[in-house]
Each structure stands twice: as C-alpha cells, then as structure tokens.
Design a protein around this ligand. Structure first.
Ligand SMILES: NC(=O)c1ccc[n+]([C@@H]2O[C@H](COP(=O)([O-])OP(=O)(O)OC[C@H]3O[C@@H](n4cnc5c(N)ncnc54)[C@H](O)[C@@H]3O)[C@@H](O)[C@H]2O)c1
Length: 314
C-alpha cells in the first residue's frame, strides 16, 4: 500500500481525517474499518477517492498485507466508549489492545513509515491539577482508559525496540458533524444536539458540573496530519495532548446550546456514571511547540457548525 491508511476511517473522526487528507492533496486514501460503529455513508462525498477494506483489525492475516509499505498509518479503529468498556470489557479489550498490537506488528513487519495513534485524555483520570500535561502520571479509571493508555505504551515500545516511528495524540472530547447520537454510549455533545433539536431535555449523569475540553473534529484531523509531517527525531515515540485548551461544564454547554437555539429547556439529572472523569482540560504547549498545533475553531463556532449539520440531517 503506497498511500496513507486510516484504520477506523469510516467512523466519526476517521472520516473527517480522510476528508482532510484528500483536501490537502492526497490522491487516494485506504480505509480499514469493520463497520461496527462506522458507516460507509460517512465517506459519501469522497467515496470515489477511498479504497474501503471491510477488515477487522483483530484479524492479523487480513490486516497485515494492507499495511505493508504504507507511508503513514493513522490508527483510529477502536471501541471508543467508557461505559461500554465497563459493561462489556472483552470486546473493548480485543479491539483496543489486541487490535492495536496487530496494527503495530504489521507496520513493523511491513516496513510502514509512521503510525499516528488515536490515544485518549481518559488516560489521565482525575488528576489534582488542571490543565493536564503529558508529564503527569496517568490514572486510568475505566477499562477503556487503560486500553487506550496501553496502546500508547505499545507505540513507545515499538519505537524504542523496533524503530517504528509512532506519535500518540491524546484526543480530548472530540465533537462535530457525523458523531453518532443514537446509542447510550454516544458522545455527550451528539446527544445534546439531538435532544435540543427534538426540544427534549437531556439526561446529565451527575450534577453537570463535570467539565470537558471539547475539541472540534476538524482541528483534530488537522493535528493528525501535522503529527505525520513533524520531524521524527523530535516527535517519534512521544505522546501529545490534542485538546483545545478550554474547559466547559456540561451545565454551561447545555445552557449555551439553548441560548443559540433560543429555547429554555431544563436538563434532567441521573446518577453519576462509574469511570467518568470529573474535569478535563489539555495543556497544549507541547503539541503547539513540536507539532504546530493551532486549533482554528472556538467552542461556539464548532457548536454552531455541528448544530447546523444535525439540523440538516436528523
Ligand atoms: N470521540 C472522542 O471524543 C475521542 C476521544 C479520545 C479518543 N478517541 C479515539 O478516537 C478514535 C476514533 O473515535 P470516534 O469517536 O471517531 O469513534 P467511532 O466509533 O466513530 O470510530 C471508530 C471506528 O473504528 C471502527 N472499528 C471498531 N472496531 C474495529 C475493529 N475491530 N476493526 C476495524 N475497525 C473497527 C468502527 O467501525 C468505527 O468506524 C478511537 O480510537 C477513539 O478511542 C475519541
């Protein structure tokens, strides 16, 4: 494969990354996705420039030939949910740890160029200080957080032991068009958007004062490309925060959305969910310095764009 590969490229963030790669001049992109939560429809506008392989990353025999010689492998395929990793830990473990190991092993054996790994801010857990910086000790609170952290460690070890170039980007609550709001495991903003447009209250788990560093999906996609281009001697084997650097509570976020829509709807509250982190905010200094991270979308601008997308599709 002499073109960039995106595992999980039919998913929410992966499909945005595919569109960004093509917009920035890639002639074609290969996508590896078992379509468990991803959809071919997410790639509709660019389908003619995408080679889609419906392959499971747990299936090494089918995966390995697809990664052979790839200049860059963006590894996003995962089961990306804290609550699901608690209720069904085995499938998450297999996709997120065994699958990641397979991707790295196939990249070494197939002499792929560089792996950009979708890590997660959940690895931090509840740290005492904010913002969270890469030098802090991780404190995973859920199987999902631990699985994503294990993937980072595997990346770093594959760099030091086998010379494979890897960069781990810890995504912080990514939001934007195409995030699937249909399951209880969905990202909170996709559920907020759906409820707002249906004029129904959302259920907030806990008191709503938990806060998140919401990052617009196009800024994350852009950073993935920057991580692929950054000098290997500086970035390879390292972990970077891929957040926006801001922080909003869920209560603030719901109020902001209601204001934008000109409605007043009181949220409902449910019990706090196990594994939920209380506060999350990225220190982005290292990503700015080494990768040239420069988020373009304010939270409000990202919300406006996302809301318009849901309005036109739901
Ligand atoms: N959305 C966020 O806020 C966030 C935050 C931190 C990290 N991440 C990470 O970013 C990545 C993308 O997440 P997303 O939000 O776009 O979720 P998503 O569910 O939309 O995308 C995941 C994709 O991986 C595919 N997939 C799952 N298991 C697979 C397997 N065994 N083999 C092949 N493909 C498989 C799914 O079909 C889907 O297309 C994940 O690695 C996730 O852990 C996301």
């Amino acid at each position: 494969m002499n073109i960039a590969v995106v595992t999980g490229g039919a998913g929410f963030i992966g499909s945005a990354l595919v569109r960004t790669l093509l917009a920035q001049g890639a002639p074609r992109v290969a996508v590896i996705d078992n379509l468990s939560s991803g959809k071919e429809a997410n790639l509709a506008e660019v389908r003619g420039s995408v080679d889609l392989y419906a392959v499971d990353i747990r299936d090494y025999a089918r995966l390995a030939p697809l990664l052979k010689g790839a200049p860059v492998v963006y590894h996003l395929a995962a089961i990306p949910s804290v609550p699901r990793s608690i209720s069904e830990p085995a499938p998450s473990h297999e996709a997120n740890i065994d699958g990641t190991f397979n991707v790295l092993r196939a990249c070494v054996e197939g002499r792929a160029g560089r792996v950009i790994y979708a890590a997660s801010s959940s690895a931090y857990g509840d740290t005492e200080a904010l913002p969270k910086s890469e030098t802090m000790a991780p404190r995973p609170k859920s199987p999902y957080a631990l699985q994503k952290l294990t993937g980072e460690y595997y990346c770093a070890v594959f760099t030091s032991c086998y010379g494979l170039e890897t960069v781990s980007l810890r995504f912080f609550n990514v939001f934007g068009p195409r995030q699937d709001p249909s399951s209880p495991y969905s990202g909170v903003l996709s559920i907020f958007m759906k409820r707002l447009l249906e004029r129904r209250p959302p259920v907030i788990f806990g008191d709503g004062e938990q806060s998140r560093d919401f990052t617009y999906v196009e800024d994350v996609a852009e950073l993935c490309l920057k991580a692929a281009r950054a000098p290997g001697a500086t970035v390879s084997g390292h972990v970077y925060n891929a957040g926006n650097g801001c922080r909003y509570t869920l209560n603030e976020t719901w109020r902001l959305l209601c204001r934008m829509e000109g409605v007043e709807i009181q949220p409902e509250y449910g019990p706090p969910r196990p594994g939920d982190v209380r506060h999350s905010q990225a220190d982005t200094a290292a990503a700015v310095r080494d990768l040239g991270h420069a988020p373009r979308f304010s939270f409000e601008e990202g919300l406006r764009r996302t809301l318009e997308w849901y309005r036109s599709t739901l």
